[in-house]
Design a protein around this ligand. Structure first.
Ligand code: 13P
Length: 248
């Protein structure tokens, strides 16, 4: 059985004091949640959020990382730094990073391997553009992204891997994939995992949906057989909304 995982990706929102305020509001709202709850604030608020959530059921995530251990990489943050700060999950390959910051499949794979080697958990984002969906190549495209991201990762590590399927046309647009569309694509992603690792690997890996997921549509999405969680943008910025998604 895969435990549902709902993660809030705050993106470039919330100053440190606002981050503290949001987490303080969230703690009592999600304390009896059955799903695993993760918040991913901007780097600058990670330490403050870590302190607030240390005796709670909320896990800490980061929105990016660099794969090298240390050195002359101005502006970057390492896995060990995040680990010491209390981070457990790291989002990699988000479509916004692929689009604006030249994140490649190769980098995503390097990051995934380095994160797992450090004992942390990657949330690997994949997803098609509207053009790709209209051309009917969604399943091929997301399957390829999945295989490239997982290249060289052992089957035993898959229980620590989360994939977030986020159709780019559904991010921040208010357009959600229908629950059936999301389930069908996620099923194709799981098939890609099955092709490499077999049934056990495919059963182990958790796959989230992301893209305008909110308190209204969460329960229908989460009721789908292949959907193991959500990666939430806009609706994770208000404690009340996020807690409703968490409790779908
Ligand atoms: P929205 O929920 O704002 O559409 O963002 C989804 C997302 O990109 C989460 O990573």
């Amino acid at each position: 059985m895969r435990r549902p995982i709902i993660a809030g990706n705050w993106k470039m929102n919330k100053t440190p004091s606002e981050a503290v305020e949001l987490v303080k509001a969230l703690i009592p709202l999600v304390k009896d949640a059955e799903a695993e709850v993760v918040v991913c604030p901007p780097y600058i608020s990670i330490a403050a959020v870590a302190e607030l959530i240390k005796d709670t059921n909320i896990e800490l995530g980061a929105q990016n990382v660099y794969f090298e251990k240390s050195g002359a990489y101005t502006g970057e943050v390492s896995i060990d730094m995040l680990k010491e700060a209390g981070v457990r999950y790291i989002i990699i390959g988000h479509s916004e990073r692929r689009q604006y910051f030249n994140e490649t499949d190769e980098n995503v794979n390097k990051k995934a391997k380095a994160i797992l080697a450090a004992g942390l958990r990657p949330i690997i984002c994949i997803g098609e553009t509207l053009d790709q969906r209209e051309k009917g190549i969604t399943n091929d495209f997301v399957s390829m992204q999945t295989k490239l991201a997982l290249n060289g990762i052992e089957e035993a590590e898959l229980e620590n891997v989360v994939i977030a399927y986020e159709p780019i046309w559904a991010i921040g647009t208010g357009k959600t994939a229908t629950a059936l569309e999301a389930n069908e694509t996620i099923s194709a992603v799981r098939n890609a995992v099955r092709e490499i690792y077999g049934e056990e690997g495919a059963d182990k890996i958790r796959i989230q949906y992301g893209g305008s997921m909110n308190p209204k549509n969460a329960s229908e999405l989460m009721a789908q057989s292949e959907i193991d969680g959500g990666l939430i943008g806009g609706a994770s910025l208000k404690g009340e909304d996020f807690s409703k998604v968490v409790k779908f």
